[in-house]
Design a protein around this ligand. Structure first.
Ligand code: NAD
Length: 260
């Protein structure tokens, strides 16, 4: 698989899943914009890739801010002239029962996952449509795009919402050969999940091991975490698959936790 000559923007790429996707894209020949709220970490990730001879750029962006998204995407266009691939991946998690969420927490969750997906999609589409060369938009959904879990109301709501956005972009983008798909990982051991283990243990009054075994991996076929590499390989496949045969789909990568 080759992404040679392609320009990819990966949001939330300073850590976890996004970081690995950026690395795999760069290893496949793409020029990669490592976009994140955390500029020092994004710059470090870009420097690591550049030290290996890859083309990478660290960009600070708050995906919930229209101004910040427009400025960040403009930076990519100024540097490399186009955007072929967008991975809308930036995400956060807050776990608590519905009645304990503050309105600000709810809005923050929806903003990072849905406003962020909309704002980055809009900016990428404008370039893809202008050039007429097509493109790939990949949303980082979750098994929670299909399933609910206790304590995750805004996350589950937002991740379900991404399916709607992807399917609409798939229909609108088809005539310009822009594909939109959703990757739906199971639990992957990243900082986002590490943080949840003690929080869930406390909320449910169980041990960390019980959270992992009886909640996170309970319904997998093998009791294994999904890895950042598993997800990045699917992201590379979708970036490289250049026909509308695969568009408007969701790809569950979860060790069988959820089977569609
Ligand atoms: P992570 O915490 O390792 O990385 C998330 C990154 O997003 C961080 O670098 C953070 O700085 C960045 N970010 C947060 N808010 C941002 C904002 N407003 N603007 C720009 N960047 C922002 O988490 P991860 O586990 O790699 O998660 C990446 C994506 O994968 C998220 O959308 C998450 O919901 C999804 N996901 C994760 C898992 C999992 O088990 N880890 C499972 C399914 C889906």
């Amino acid at each position: 698989m080759s992404l040679k000559g392609k320009v990819a923007v990966v949001t939330g790429a300073a850590s976890g899943i996004g970081k690995r996707i950026a690395e795999v894209y760069a290893e496949s020949g793409a020029k990669v914009a490592i976009v994140d709220l955390n500029l020092p970490a994004a710059s470090t990730a870009a420097r690591e890739l550049k030290a290996k001879g890859k083309a990478a750029l660290g960009i600070q962006m708050d995906v919930t801010s229209e101004e910040s998204v427009e400025a960040g995407m403009a930076q990519v266009l100024k540097k490399w002239g186009k955007i072929d691939i967008l991975v809308s991946n930036a995400g956060i998690q807050i776990v608590k029962p519905v009645q304990e969420f503050t309105f600000d927490e709810w809005r923050r969750m929806i903003a990072v996952h849905l406003d962020g997906a909309f704002l980055t999609t809009r900016a990428a589409l404008r370039d893809m449509y202008r050039r007429g060369d097509g493109g790939a938009i990949i949303y980082m959904g979750s098994v929670h795009s299909h399933e609910a879990s206790k304590l995750k109301a805004p996350y589950v709501t937002a991740k379900h919402g991404l399916l709607g956005l992807a399917r609409t972009v798939a229909k609108e983008g088809a005539e310009k050969n822009v594909r939109a798909n959703v990757i739906c990982p199971g639990f992957v051991k990243t900082p986002l999940v590490e943080k949840q283990i003690p929080e869930q243990a406390k909320k449910f009054g169980i041990t960390r091991q019980e959270v992992i075994k009886n909640i996170m991996l309970k319904n997998t076929v093998d009791g294994e975490f999904t890895t950042v590499d598993d997800v990045a390989r699917v992201a590379r496949f979708l970036a490289d698959f250049e026909t509308n045969a695969l568009t408007g789909q969701s790809f569950v990568v979860s060790h069988g936790w959820f089977m569609q």
